[in-house]
Structure formats: C-alpha cells, structure tokens
Design a protein around this ligand. Structure first.
Ligand SMILES: *Cc1c(COP(=O)(O)O)cnc(C)c1O
Length: 391
C-alpha cells in the first residue's frame, strides 16, 4: 500500500499485533487468480487458498463488492433486505432440504449458532450435551475450543464450557456407548480439515444418523472448511454419503470467497427453534456480505466449478501419489491432504521458497486447498514445485 519493505511490515507486527499466530516470514501485497506476489515481487502459486477461503482465487470479488457497496452496505437485522433473503433461499435450494438459515461472520460463530440450537432443542428435556470427535476442529471461541477434540487448543484456557465430550472418529460403537441422558446432539466435520483431511466413512455417517433418530438427537455437520463446493459437491456430506441428511449445518470460509460471512442452516422442524430475541449478530447477513456470497455461488454454478474441483482434484491426487517421498494422499475434490516423512512446517517453508503456498495440518500432513477454478496447467505446475521442495 505505502510501499513498505517486507522486514518493515514484519516489524509493525512485532510491535503492534498480538502474537497469536505462528506466521511464516512471507509478506503478501497482491494476488490475481491462483497467484500471489510478495513484497519483493516474487510470485507464488497459492494452493493454500487462504485456508479454503478463496474459492474463486484472488481479486475475484471486485465487481460484486463495488456494485453492492454503492447500493446498501449495512442496515442491521432490525429490518429486511433482499440480498439476505435471496442468499438464504439459494443456500436452502443447494442443500435440497426444506430449512432456514441464520447469518453471522465466521465459522466459529456459525458453530455457536449450532450449539445454541442444540441447547434450545434439548432444553425442556434437560439435554444440553454435544458429542464431537477426536481431532476435530470447530473454531477458537470458548465454546469452539470446548467442542474441538484437540488438547492443544484448550491448554491454558480451562475451565472449558460445560457440555462437550469427544469420541473417536469413525468409531460407531464408541459413539453409541458415549450417548447419555444429557446428550442433545452430535457435531461432526464430514471431512476433518485441520487435523489432516480425513473423510468420515459413509457407513459411519449412516450409523450416526440412525443413532440420532433412535435416541432423539440432532445430527449437525460442521461444513465450515469442507463446504461450498470444495469436495466437488456443494455440501461435503453429499460427496461422502449423499443419503445422510443432517438436521443442521454450519458454513463460513469459502461462502463469500474471502469476504467475511458465516451461516448456519437447520431443517424443518428445527429451523424455527431460535425465535425472536434468542440469537443475533450485528454484522450477520449484511446486504454487502450476502450480495458477494450470492455472486460467488452464481459464478461456481455458471462456470461449473464443482465439476472442475472434482476433475482437477482427482488429477492432482493421482499426480501427487507419484511424487517421490509422498506416503499418503487423502481427499475429495480440491480438499487434499498429503503425508510425507517430513515434518510439515519445514516442508511448507521449502515449498514457499519454490513458489508454492500450502497449509500444514496435523504433524506430517500438508493441505492443498486451491481455488475451485484452478486449471490443469496450474495443478501440474504446483505438483512440479512440490516435488522439487520434497526432493
Ligand atoms: C476454520 C474452521 C472453523 C472456524 O472458523 P473461523 O472462521 O476461523 O471462526 C470451524 N470449523 C472448521 C471445520 C474449520 O475449518
């Protein structure tokens, strides 16, 4: 912006920004499509996608932003606005199950709406507990770290919010045994993201649905990372087990392609559980955020980007499996986890040095989360740079 050097910008962070992130020593100044440029003018292929956010790549929102910014940016949820109504309709149609949406600004907040929905649902029966899974990730709010099945996010912030217990992922017997008289809901990522890209087994989701039906629990999907077409389906659960319809779901990350927005969806009859005065967000569902989200979804549909994600995701996975040093490749669409013998942070640094941005997950996994509109040439170039980094 002001033409500062990379080290000068890092200096600002050292002095003025809370050190909550372990940042890589890279300073980015601009992007276009799948590429970004750092403060020295070096070009990178961005296969981190802002952590599964930039579904259309960089600098793809300008016209939608400018158009709505000139009409109405914010006016509060005391009133009705067309973009919020149209986005809710679009999302419900994409889910393909009658329901309603609540809008907020992030994934952590979208999950908060699910926890409150579960508590409201179970309240009169004295049920409030939400079962979540080992190695899950549900955000960094206090309830989010309580829901997350990883010790490292909780450490130093105890006591946790009451009413969350973790059970082993893909282990139906363990879930059946864990359900108690206080259990109101089960929350699961259909494809676990932060811990290393692990899809749920279709029969596991089917078993959870059956347990929820038998025991009177809500089945809730956290689609914050895996949703919005990333797996090649708008809803990731349709790529995993298309018949296992949830009762509620959360979205954020890719929903407006980089503009902040989060959303929760609940199907009938749970869609009206959170009544007037029960939940709110000042910025939730502004005309600006909703207009941008609508334009992103329209672009995904118009350009057939979910089919592109399926095709190029399969191509990427096949090529990555051939790279020497790769020990496992997991994923669906363009949500791909690659295991190597190397620790992931040094590998991410080596890839960045060769002009490829990736995101670490777990300990030995790197994530490929490129835009849904990547080309074959970009995919092949990324695999080439990755192979060099790993060599
Ligand atoms: C990123 C993420 C969140 C948290 O989203 P924020 O927007 O950072 O609050 C929640 N759940 C999953 C699965 C995520 O990947």
């Amino acid at each position: 912006m002001r033409g500062m050097t990379g080290p000068e910008i890092i200096g600002l962070f050292d002095k003025y920004v809370m050190p909550t992130y372990g940042r890589y020593p890279l300073v980015f100044v601009r992007g276009k499509g799948t590429r970004v440029w750092d403060a020295d003018g070096k070009e990178y292929l961005d296969f981190g996608g802002g952590i599964a956010v930039n579904v259309l790549g960089h600098a793809a929102l300008a016209s939608a932003l400018a158009k709505q910014a000139d009409i109405l940016v914010h006016c509060s949820n005391l009133y009705y606005t067309e973009p919020q109504g149209l986005l809710a309709k679009k999302l419900v149609e994409l889910v393909g199950v009658e329901g309603k949406c609540f809008f907020c600004n992030s994934g952590g907040e979208a999950n908060e709406a699910l926890y409150k929905l579960a508590r409201k649902f179970g309240h009169d029966a004295g049920k409030y507990e939400v079962l979540t899974f080992t190695n899950s990730f549900h955000g960094r709010t206090l309830a989010g770290i309580s829901a997350t099945g990883q010790e490292k996010v909780k450490k130093g912030f105890e006591p946790m919010v009451d009413g969350f217990r973790h059970v082993p992922f893909n282990d139906l017997d363990a879930v059946a045994a864990a359900i108690g008289p206080k259990t109101a809901a089960i929350l699961i990522e259909p494809v676990q993201g932060e811990s290393g890209i692990t899809p749920a087994k279709p029969e596991f989701l089917r078993g959870l649905r059956k347990l929820c039906d038998e025991r009177g629990l809500l089945l809730m999907y956290d689609e914050v990372q895996c949703g919005i077409g990333r797996t090649g389906e708008f809803c990731a659960w349709r790529a995993v087990a298309p018949d296992v319809v949830p009762d509620a779901m959360s979205w954020a990350k890719g929903l407006a392609g980089g503009f902040p927005i989060g959303a929760a969806w609940a199907r009938k009859p749970y869609a009206d559980l959170l009544g007037p005065g029960s939940h709110a967000s000042t910025f939730g569902g502004t005309p600006l955020a909703c207009a941008v989200a609508l334009s992103v979804i329209e672009e995904i549909e118009k350009e057939n980007l979910m089919a592109n994600a399926r095709g190029l995701g399969a191509h990427l996975m096949a090529k990555l499996r051939l790279v020497p040093g790769v020990t496992a490749v997991r994923g669906l669409g363009v949500m791909i986890g690659v295991d190597t013998a190397m620790e992931n942070r040094p590998l991410v640094n080596k890839a960045a040095a060769r002009g490829l941005l990736l995101v670490p997950a777990g300990t030995n996994t790197v994530r490929f989360l490129p835009p849904l509109n990547i080309t074959m040439a970009e995919a092949d170039e990324a695999v080439g740079r990755f192979a060099e980094a790993l060599a």
